[in-house]
Design a protein around this ligand. Structure first.
Ligand SMILES: Nc1ncnc2c1ncn2[C@@H]1O[C@H](COP(=O)(O)OP(=O)(O)OP(=O)(O)O)[C@@H](O)[C@H]1O
Ligand SMILES: [Mg+2]
Length: 376
């Protein structure tokens, strides 16, 4: 998580931005706070995608469907604006690393944690499928590990970007490793594609390796379609569960409703216990929030309904919490590769608030340099 830079918005709709969580193929994700103090993760769509009418249409439709998803292991969508200058989506903030980060930093998960992860994701997928949606982009970065279990994010919306005329090279690469074969050939997609990806994600959790390897996207897709997954190191009990899910023919994969009781039966009876390395990462996420208190200083430029800029909150309404000492000294970061576009004047009341300075604006004078982004 990083402090926001001069090119980041100070507010997105009614949400006051506190920090930059990360960036993916569709947009940048910010930690933000609702007027009543609720923490949300706001994904602000990249300007290139925002300018594509086909993307906007699908984003609007998929977000409307995704808002109906309710489950214990899905991070609910709490708000969205598909029509603003930059469309955005606010999801309940989950304090925990993604599975990708957790495994990269703390190593593969033990069997019991893999089984709980699989069972939680199956419940999540059942909740998604119940609304008629398929996730289509189930991968380790779209599974977050919270203290009380996994949370699935980004359901449905991947499709909007995938179908966009502006899908960027390289994104396919990131996703290809977890695509079902029928996705790889652009075939008809149903719930079975999520079962394939879910099993691939569980294999990653158990081994720390992408089950079809890494490398050139074309070669990767070829292996997804024709090669056996690399299950080396997957405990036998887990291997028996995931292997049928990785069938090349979607009709041969078990349904989520059949799999869930099988995963549940394999679980131990004790409470969920993430390995110590993952538990530490979760605690770190929780304390990072305290390290990014609500932004003090000048009022944020939240457009009012009449188009005039007005303070997001009255002075003193939101006093900054005392900040604990930073564990690491702030590191200077390179300029952001892809800053959000400037918001046109007169943007609607739910638009993205003005960046601290737009791309066309002069950077602050030398005597008042913008604080460098901080890495926590
Ligand atoms: N609700 C949330 N709570 C906490 N962190 C989140 C939430 N949603 C997203 N993130 C984090 O924000 C970061 C960026 O997410 P994003 O979905 O943009 O990237 P990605 O999954 O790598 O790529 P893609 O665009 O293909 O989904 C990730 O580290 C993710 O864990
Ligand atoms: Mg994601």
């Amino acid at each position: 998580m990083r402090s926001v830079g001069w090119s980041d918005p100070t507010a997105v709709g009614p949400y006051k931005v506190r920090a930059l969580i990360g960036e993916g193929g569709m947009g940048r994700v910010y930690l933000a706070r609702s007027p009543s103090g609720r923490l949300v993760a706001v994904k602000v769509v990249h300007p290139e995608l925002a300018g594509d009418p086909l993307f906007r249409e699908r984003f609007r439709r998929e977000v409307a469907a995704a808002r109906r998803v309710a489950g214990a292991f899905t991070a609910p969508i709490v708000d969205a604006d598909p029509d603003g200058p930059l469309p955005w989506l606010a999801t309940q903030y989950v304090p925990g690393p993604s599975l990708r980060e957790a495994v990269d930093l703390a190593g593969p998960l033990p069997l019991d944690a893999c089984l709980r992860l699989g069972a939680g994701m199956l419940e999540a997928i059942i909740a998604v499928h119940r609304t008629g949606l398929t996730h289509r982009d189930l991968k380790p970065s779209n599974v977050l590990l919270a203290a009380d279990g996994p949370r699935l994010i980004d359901f449905g919306i991947a499709w909007a970007a995938d179908q966009s005329t502006l899908t960027r090279v390289g994104e396919v690469c990131g996703t290809a490793a977890y695509m079902a074969p029928e996705q790889a050939v652009g075939g008809v997609l149903g719930p079975a594609c999520d079962i394939f990806s879910l099993a691939a994600v569980v294999v990653f959790a158990a081994t720390g390796r992408d089950p079809f390897g890494v490398g050139d996207p074309a070669a990767l897709l070829f292996r997804v379609m024709h090669a056996d997954p690399d299950l080396h190191g997957v405990p036998q009990r887990l291997r028996d569960l995931v292997l049928p899910c990785l069938a090349k023919d979607p009709a041969r994969r078990p349904a989520a409703g059949q799999l869930l009781p099988v995963f549940a039966a394999a679980l131990g009876h004790g409470p969920l216990a993430w390995p110590p390395g993952v538990a530490r990462l979760i605690r770190e996420r929780e304390s990072e929030i305290a390290a990014h208190p609500p932004t003090p200083g000048p009022p944020s430029a939240l457009p009012s309904p009449n188009g005039h800029r007005s303070p997001a909150s009255p002075p003193g309404a939101n006093p900054p919490a005392p900040s604990p000492p930073a564990p690491n000294p702030p590191a200077a970061s390179p300029p952001m590769a892809n800053p959000p576009a400037a918001v046109p004047p007169g943007a609607g009341p739910r638009g993205v608030g003005a960046p601290a300075a737009g791309p066309g604006a002069r950077p602050p004078p030398p005597q008042t340099p913008a604080p460098p982004p901080r890495e926590i």
